[in-house]
Design a protein around this ligand. Structure first.
Ligand SMILES: Cc1ncc(COP(=O)(O)O)c(C=O)c1O
Length: 393
């Protein structure tokens, strides 16, 4: 990956992928709940916590992921973390040694790349195709200690891992005695088709560590997420989480548990899901002039320089694939859009080893309908010019 993303790239500008629209968060209600728990000023709310998080939040998370993500667990298996980034680091620190190999999807989520490199792991990129991570494409891959995947909605390509691939990944994990890290970062926002089951549920939680985050559903600065670990790892993870991270924020965790129990989480989610589905449709409508139907084979590509949508209707971003063009690249197109105040991430910049992917990753999480109506046609115009001839833009 020639150019790596970092936190500085997360501008909330149309159409930066990543950020959710936290402007709709019910701040007054949240403040009331927080005040209520602060008034109690019990020492267990002020101290570090060595139980993997506030009991009521761990129960609420367990009920939620069991019901909606078919995760198989007891509340004791849930650890509350400061988000997926901490969940990933903890897994890398505990389950692997310096120099061990982690299989990682190619293209990859940059946050996972950083967490693994920071713990001294060797990245083994595994190409992603329409069915998700494809280990058969890498017969020479070094045996993994960890396998990191986003099976419900591959980040950033949008592929949903097929059942056959899920079974293959689990079979390989068992064969290599490796641990699968399942990052389920946005499956709350699935806009069509039946809800997908988790990889963890398929494996009965034996070799899969499942992680989720409140960054997208509530707001990122909340800094709360969860990690579900297999039963035999619970004690070691609780101890290490305490030793390495000194978890706290108990009043906030208690308030969040109440927020979930009172149904506010479910209603925020319903509202957000509808809003994001509308935004996605609006962005796709705006992009119509530069889209063709996804080609079934490279030969089926239309001769016009048009993009196509890849992946599932889910989450807060879409992946627009582009043909390989002689006169321009996805990076160049992204650079040309930037002076117009439009952010599009080049798909090739998420790639670790492969050279064959061209496309743009466009977020609609933080772009309101009126912003999409305003900027969408301009984006399509600029793309059309850029795809036809870079000089006109
Ligand atoms: C693939 C993926 N995983 C996880 C996250 C969220 O991580 P965190 O909980 O650290 O905010 C993101 C955020 O953009 C993401 O894209």
């Amino acid at each position: 990956m020639a150019e790596r993303f970092s936190a500085a790239d997360l501008e909330v500008q149309p159409f930066a992928p990543g950020p959710a629209d936290f402007s709709a968060f019910p701040v007054a209600l949240w403040q009331r709940l927080q005040n209520k728990h602060w008034r109690q000023s019990r020492s267990d709310l002020l101290d570090y916590n060595d139980q993997g998080g506030h009991g009521s939040l761990r129960r609420a998370v367990a009920d939620y992921v069991r019901a909606f993500r078919s995760v198989q667990l007891d509340p004791d298996q849930v650890l509350i973390t400061t988000g997926t980034q901490q969940s990933l680091s903890l897994c890398a620190q505990l389950l692997a040694d310096h120099g061990d190999t982690v299989w990682i999807e190619d293209p990859a989520y940059w946050g996972a790349v950083k967490a693994f490199l920071a713990t001294g792991l060797r990245l083994q990129p595994i190409p992603v195709d329409a069915e998700g991570m494809a280990p058969d494409a890498c017969p020479q891959a070094t045996a993994p200690r960890l396998i990191y995947a986003t099976p419900s909605h591959q980040y950033p390509s949008g592929a949903v891992m097929s059942l056959a691939r899920r079974q293959q990944i689990l079979q390989l994990a068992h064969q290599h005695q490796a641990w699968v890290l399942e990052d389920d970062y946005d499956s709350e926002f699935r806009f069509s088709g039946p809800p997908l089951s988790s990889l963890q549920g398929l494996d009965h939680g034996e070799r899969v560590l499942y992680m989720g985050t409140f960054s997208k559903v509530l707001y990122p600065g909340l800094k709360l997420g969860y990690l579900v670990v297999p039963k035999r790892l619970v004690a070691a993870f609780k101890r290490a989480h305490y030793d390495l991270n000194r978890p706290g924020q108990m009043a906030q965790q208690a308030a969040l548990a109440e927020f979930i129990e009172m149904g506010h989480f479910a209603s925020s989610l319903r509202r957000a899901r509808l809003a994001y589905a509308e935004r996605r449709q609006a962005l796709i409508r705006a992009l119509q002039p530069v889209l063709q139907t996804p080609p079934s084979t490279p030969a089926a590509l239309s001769t016009a320089p048009l993009g196509w949508l890849a992946g599932a209707a889910q989450g807060l971003h879409l992946c627009m694939r582009l043909p390989t063009l002689e006169h321009t690249t996805d990076r160049r197109i992204a650079q040309q859009l930037a002076p117009h105040g439009l952010i599009a991430r080049p798909l090739s910049a998420y790639c670790l080893a492969r050279q064959d992917l061209q496309g743009l990753v466009l977020g609609y999480g933080y772009a309101s309908l009126s912003q999409i109506a305003h900027h969408g046609p301009r984006l399509a115009d600029l793309l059309q010019n850029s795809l036809n001839s870079p000089k006109k833009i």
